[in-house]
Design a protein around this ligand. Structure first.
Ligand SMILES: O=P(O)(O)OC[C@H]1O[C@@H](O)[C@H](O)[C@@H](O)[C@@H]1O
Length: 300
C-alpha cells in the first residue's frame, strides 16, 4: 500500500481508501480519513485548527501530538529546561524510507534520538520509535521508549494528545464513572491536586474541562449523535479529557470557536513516571476505531 513523503509529510493510503497524514515534525498525525461499514465515504476523524502551524515552526494545534517526556509544565528534576508537554512534539523525527505492508494494514516507523538541540535542554540518552498503523477502519499508534543509557534510569511521562473531531456540545466520553480524577480547571493548586471521583456515567465537555483520570481500564467510547470512536489503550494507565470551551480564545493558534469541533481524549502515563532501567524498553499504544452504528453509551 502506497506511502509518499512530500515536503516533510508522509501520506499512507490504505487499499480500501483510508488515509493518514503524518508530519516528520513532531511525528504529528495531522489527518486520518476513514469511512464506516455503513458509509464508505471518507470522513476526517481528527480536528486540526485552521490557525495551526504545519510548517514545523511550533507544535500542531490538533491531530495527535506526541507528549514526551513530560506532561504539562515540567515537574521532574530531569525536565526543568523543557517546555510544556516536552520536546517530542516539536522535534523532527526520522523515517527510514520503508513501510510494512500486512494483509489488512500498512505501517510506518519514525524514530527520534537526541538531536543537536535536544541535549541542550535534556541530557538523558534515549531512542523513541513511533509506529503508526493504518487499517480500513482503525488507526493505531505505538510508542517504544528505549533507555540507551548503561548507567541511569529514565523517568518519563508520555501521552497521545488526540484531538477527536466531534461536536463538543453533544459528545460523551465513557466509561469513566467511579474513577479518580484531578480537575485542572480548579483555581488553586490545592484544588488541582485534590482527588475527585467521577460521578457521571458519560462525561460531557459542555463547560471548560481539563480532567486527568488515573488508573482507568484503558477503553474509552467517544460518542455523539451520528458518530463515534472507540479508543483502546495499552500500557497507558491514565487519560485526560480536555476541551477549553471559551477559554480557547486565549490560545493563539485555536481557530474561531474551534472548541466546538473537538474533544481531546488523551491516553497516557502521566500520574507518576515510567521508570525504565538502563537498557530497558517500554511500549505504550492506542487504537482508534470508528464506530459504525449509531450508538448510545450503554451504561447511561
Ligand atoms: O496548549 P498545549 O500546550 O498544547 O496544551 C493543551 C492542553 O493539553 C492538555 O493535555 C492539558 O491537560 C491542558 O492543561 C492543556 O491546556
Amino acid at each position: 500500500m502506497p506511502v509518499q513523503l512530500t515536503s516533510g509529510k508522509l501520506v499512507l493510503s490504505h487499499s480500501k481508501g483510508a488515509l493518514v497524514e503524518i508530519l516528520l515534525y513532531g511525528a504529528s498525525v495531522i489527518s486520518w480519513k476513514s469511512g464506516t461499514k455503513r458509509n464508505p465515504e471518507l470522513s476526517e476523524r481528527l480536528f486540526v485548527s485552521n490557525k495551526a502551524a504545519v510548517d514545523g515552526s511550533k507544535p500542531v494545534r490538533g491531530g495527535i501530538p506526541v507528549v514526551f517526556p513530560c506532561f504539562g509544565p515540567p515537574t521532574h528534576p530531569d525536565h526543568t529546561r523543557l517546555n510544556q508537554h516536552g520536546f517530542a512534539r516539536h522535534s523532527v523525527w526520522s523515517w527510514d524510507g520503508t513501510s510494512i505492508d500486512e494483509k489488512d494494514a500498512v505501517s510506518i516507523k519514525l524514530t527520534l534520538r537526541p538531536t543537536e538541540t535536544i541535549p541542550t535542554v535534556y541530557s538523558k540518552p534515549f531512542l523513541l520509535t513511533y509506529v503508526v498503523t493504518l487499517s480500513e477502519f482503525d488507526l493505531k499508534t505505538d510508542l517504544h521508549v528505549q533507555n540507551t543509557s548503561f548507567a541511569d534510569n529514565l523517568e518519563f511521562h508520555t501521552l497521545f494528545h488526540n484531538y477527536i473531531r466531534a461536536p463538543s456540545t453533544d459528545v460523551l466520553v465513557g466509561p469513566l464513572q467511579n474513577f479518580t480524577y484531578y480537575d485542572k480547571t480548579e483555581s488553586t493548586e490545592a484544588g488541582k491536586s485534590r482527588p475527585k471521583v467521577e460521578a457521571r456515567a458519560g462525561v460531557d465537555v459542555k463547560k471548560f474541562t481539563d480532567s486527568v483520570y488515573e488508573n482507568t481500564n484503558g477503553k474509552y467510547e467517544v460518542i455523539w449523535p451520528g458518530g463515534g470512536l472507540d479508543i483502546t489503550a495499552s500500557n497507558l494507565k491514565d487519560v485526560v479529557v480536555w476541551n477549553p470551551q471559551e477559554t480557547g480564545r486565549k490560545i493563539g493558534d485555536m481557530e474561531e470557536n474551534g472548541w466546538e469541533n473537538f474533544v481531546c481524549v488523551e491516553p497516557g502515563y502521566i500520574r507518576g513516571f515510567v521508570n525504565l532501567e538502563p537498557g530497558g524498553l517500554w511500549t505504550g499504544g492506542q487504537t482508534l476505531s470508528v464506530v459504525h452504528e449509531e450508538r448510545r453509551l450503554t451504561y447511561l
